[in-house]
Design a protein around this ligand. Sequence first.
Ligand code: ADP
Ligand code: MG
Length: 688
Amino acid sequence: MPVTALKGVGARNAERLAKIGVQTVQDVLFHLPFRYQDRTRITPMYALRLGDQAVVEGVVEMSEIRFGRRRSLLVVLAEGNASLTLRFFHFSAAQKAGLAPGVRLRCFGEVRNGPKSLEMVHPEYHRVDGENEQDMEESLTPIYPTTEGMHQLSWRGMTDKALVVLAEHPQGLPDLLPEALLRSQRLPELAAAVRYLHRPPPDASLDELAEGRHPAQRRLAFEELLAHQLSLRELRRLHKGTPARALAGGGDLRQRLMASLPFKLTAAQLRVAGEIGEDLRRKHPMMRLVQGDVGSGKTVVSALAVLQALESKCQAALMAPTELLAEQHLRSFRGWLEPLDLEVAWLTGRHKGKARQQILESLATGETRLVVGTHALLQEDVVFSALGLVIVDEQHRFGVHQRMALRGKGGSGDFVPHQLIMTATPIPRSLAMTAYADLDLSVIDELPPGRLPVSTVAIPDSRREEVIERVRAACQEQRQAYWVCTLIEESEALQCQAAEDTALQLAEALPDLRIGLVHGRLKAAEKESMMDGFKRGEIELLVSTTVIEVGVDVPNASLMIIENPERLGLAQLHQLRGRVGRGATESHCVLMYHPPLTGKARERLAVMRHTGDGFVIARKDLELRGPGEVLGTRQTGEMQFRIADLVRDQGMLDDIRQAADQLLKNNPDRVEPLIRRWIGEKTQYINA
Ligand code: ADP
Ligand code: MG
């Protein structure tokens, strides 16, 4: 039923509502208040607590204008022995006259600490005359998230009507969760939950509602998360049902690579490589996510997968989110594969014209077996002859849609390439299994032996000289250092400028050092030669923007300075710091902040000083920033929930996965309606 079916909702309101995704009566019912006020009762004045939003009643004892820093009207309201000050900064003469001593008032407002007593600033108020006493509200007052031009009263009217429709036509909003599930989870029925949340009774716990812990809220969050789980499972089922080339491989290339490595793989690397190897042998596409902390050695694991594909006479593609990272992979793979007489091609957005044409041709004919690159690989005219495997590194920047875009790249026949996704954002397992329910999950939960923790300090930028001395000392000991510049401004140009300025200053302060500079605006060739120089040790200090955040690997670098770390999130700091601590000597990280720090920034820096464990940092990051930011899904709009909250509702996730299993088995007919109810048109990609 469209919203316009509700009396009083015309075309104009429908348009406003559409802006916030409310199109049907059901949407109105699912548009829940984000907080409540209790106007159902009068709170005795003596019982008021700081922060309460409450209705109070009393008699004006005194009313006067104060000329302090700001002119204000102070009204002292008394009830028995208790009193409360009402403070107004804007008021008319008539208003002042109406607040004369002896007048009885009923007010609603938030209780704050005043200079002398508790206060309400600009409360809502009206006179009470005993005779025409107004009734109190019958339920808690809902406050709705709204959009321009829609008032709370309109929302209340509209939801009133929608609730009537619900009562008259309960079949319009059928409960899709089986009774047994509701009972075992102790959750209320859908209609009851919806009604409760729109009009909570006077005895409802405001605290519980504010924290989203009420069973009615949990009921809706459960259903919403279940719907998401089901839609990702559906995606996975469809994907797994498509044909892929079975890439058993002979094993010879892999053996030769292993023999050439200067180290032995860790047990975790071997286990994960084994899981991937098994997937690749199957006739249906792999969809696997490999999680591993910074430095856990994901790249070599992906190289083994590549070789398995090449052994099977198929092509492979490796895609990274930035050019710098793609270049880094290019170098690693060339180092490993060229001794095996295998060439590695390279494709980014910078390849244009003839050069690009040549690469495209060699991919289409199958002459090129492995290509490394950026998003440029996703472009439509990039066609392969037999693409068996796609590897996506640092996945948190790739969304479901991009994963889907890769499906069409298999080449001849209807084969879909196997997909391997690697991420250095290790999130708790139950969360990963929710956010990535369309993927299988492997975790490299071990760092190569001999890694020392990076000792981390936070130092105010007033001690810059000292920090510069540290850089000099480190380089004198033949170590190398990074100096990372950050800027709040998102403008890339400003970022690069800041890095350039810093490089100049440091060159002056440290004339004996060979200093390099990388940022996003350098030409690919310039960047490459800088990175090469740093890697070979010719450059001792590398000044950069945060472009080096992911993947860059120079084991001899053992000192990292991060300027203004307070501007970065934990995940980014962890990634940056992960550039050091890759060699055999102890590494250091200096977080050179600009005081004063906000509470949250202080907390972040403390986390960085106290732990190097990516899982701990990710958990803290989830707490501080929320999953949308951490998973990088806020921008893509994925994993955006109306009611659920992945952090708050973490405890339900295991049960939700089980419920999804049960529902798929016992009530498959409810799966589609559930997905449609909660995700609606976003499921289009399922049929893509
Ligand atoms: P990440 O998981 O962050 O992508 P990399 O794949 O870049 O990590 O590996 C980090 C460094 O560790 C590289 O120099 C790599 O060659 C090295 N490395 C990988 N596996 C091992 C291992 N088992 N033992 C020692 N060093 C290893
Ligand atoms: Mg990596």
